[in-house]
Design a protein around this ligand. Sequence first.
Ligand SMILES: [Zn+2]
Length: 185
Amino acid sequence: MPRKIDHIVIHCSATPNGHPLFRGLPGQPGYMAAVDVIDEMHRTRKPPFKRNLDWRRRQNSRLGAIGYHYLVYTTGAVATGRHLDEVGAHAVGHNANSVGICLIGTDRYSPEQWVALVELVVTLRRKYPAARVCGHRDLSPDKNGDGRITSIDWLKTCPGFDVSRWLSQGMTPDALNILNGGREG
Ligand SMILES: [Zn+2]
């Protein structure tokens, strides 16, 4: 059954800006794409995230943990994680009715990432017209006091840019959030 979606939440991976987060070389043993690296991060965190087997059978069965629905790579490629109708694990207190998008980086993203993010958000908005697009930091933390907010600082900054400002500027990022933008030309 399709989920009711009221938030489209943008995150960052909190990994070095511009670093693709791949490990090894494609086709070689030990190679991991960014989606596998994030999956490993979510599998080894405490407490770990865990996907249900039925959902794994439906989409990306090798990913046993990943909490996001989409990743936006530094190249601008978009990888899928959880199924859109599968509850994510990315925004405590808001997972049931949200979609989680994670930009690889911390607060500066490549021009290709920005283009891909626009495309993805436009597509999701068409599918979920009532949903509010926001950054992780714009959501109030879980109020049930279960102690699951592991890093307040991370929550305060993710995704490293002002999503409402980006929306109000017609989805144009500020220069300081563009990798190799501004000074470095
Ligand atoms: Zn986040």
